[in-house]
Each structure stands twice: as structure tokens, then as C-alpha cells.
Design a protein around this ligand. Sequence first.
Ligand code: MG
Ligand code: MG
Length: 273
Amino acid sequence: MRSMRRSAPRSRRQSKAPALPVATKPRMRAKTPGELDAIAASGAVLRECLDLLASEARVGVTTAELDGLAEEFIRSHGGTGAFKGYHGYPATITTSINEQVVHGIPGDYVLREGDVASIDCGVVLDGWVSDSARTVSIGEIDDEAGRLLEITRQSLDAGIAACVAGNTVGDVGHAVESVVAGAGYAVVRALVGHGVGRAMHEEPQVPNYGVPGSGPTLIDGLVIAIEPMVTVGSHEVVTASDGWTVSTQDGSLSAHFEHTVAATTAGPRILTA
Ligand code: MG
Ligand code: MG
């Protein structure tokens, strides 16, 4: 699951009143090596859950069935789903089909030959949150869909490679966007990746675009969810009347891959792989 990009701060009004204490933003906090191991344990359950869902997602299966499998799997491994109840979200996974980008609610939709299904899931284990997504093909998909999945996966790999302590959030976004733009596709800009660990959404926000060297510096032990959302057409998205499902405005195909990754001085450590 991603976080909504906040609107730009308004410029401060001039005031003669004495300065009041300003509410502090949550600071980015590095995780200790032991905490990274704890998130990796959560991430291992999540990876196995997504492996299961990927193998079970086929023609004739409903998205609600996948959701039930996920909930049962996570519970049987001592965890809980991070999404259910989050701002009232009703399910354990999100299933976003074809032009749907993210946050599709599982239900009676029956997967069809040629669909691409983006499955996003979060796990809480011993109080530590992991977040990961992948887009799977249902039966035979056409060449454009296959290329979209490949490029989106490659853009995630590029973002992960830039997730090194000392680099910046802008370096990660630039790496993602370069792969996507180079392929002639677009990254969704209204939705972003995020810090993760104790909570599902922590600082910083991690856009899938950026200027190298810009934005917050990735400190050693910072954990972020990198999650390119890529479309064949325009980057513009719309939210459905259910309040959740985000789709491309132009109806073009979309894909979503995500890993929870720690930035360390030794390089990126993927905690959901
Ligand atoms: Mg997610
Ligand atoms: Mg996320």
C-alpha cells in the first residue's frame, strides 16, 4: 500500500505574534541491525504469502479467494495483515486488475485469461511491518502487458540499487523514473513509496521520480518501501466511488512492484525477498 502525496505546504503568513512551538514532523529514524532482522522476518512471511498468491492466481479464481488465502497464510505464520482496518480498508490484500493501479478491493471478480493482477500485501510480525507487491499475469498475456511487467520490475530493481546509505530519496526516484521513461512509459506521480517499519507509513515519502542528489539523505539503517506504479499511457489516475480503487484516467494498463528495502553503507538489503 502506498501513501498519498501530501499537498505542498502553504507559504507562511507573516505574523507579529510571538513564535509558538511548531509541531515536529516525525523524524526519519534508522533501524538497528536487530530491527532490520525483525523486519526481514516479517518480510519473509510476506514473500512466502505473495509466492502462494502468485501460484494460486489463475483463470477462474476470484480476488476474494486470494484474499482469504492471504489472511489464513499470514495468521498461520504468527502474523497479521497490515492493511485490514487501515483507515477502514476491508481486506488483507489489494487486488488491482489491468487499468487499476493500486488499492483494488478483493471481491467476486473472476480472473480472466490475459489479465494482469497487481497484488499488494503488508504483514505485521512481532510489531514489525513489511510491505510488498507484485503484478502477476493470468494465463497468456499480450506482448505489451508482458513488456510493462518487465519494465516495471526493472525500474524497481534500479530503485533498489540506488538505496544505499548516503544517497538521497531523489536518487531512488530518478533511478526508477529513468528506466520507465526510457521505455516510453509513465510513473504515477500522485502516489508514492514511504518509510516503513514500526508503522506502515513512516517518513520519508519516496516518489517514483526525482532529481539526483535531492531530497532527504538515506541514513544507514533507514527502511523504505520502493514501489513503482507504471502505466502504458498517461500518469494521471482517478479514484473510484468505493473510495479506494485507483485506476489510470485514460484506461491504459498499469503494473506495480514493491519491496521493503534497508539502505545500508554496505548497499541495499531487500527485506521482502
Ligand atoms: Mg504495498
Ligand atoms: Mg507501500
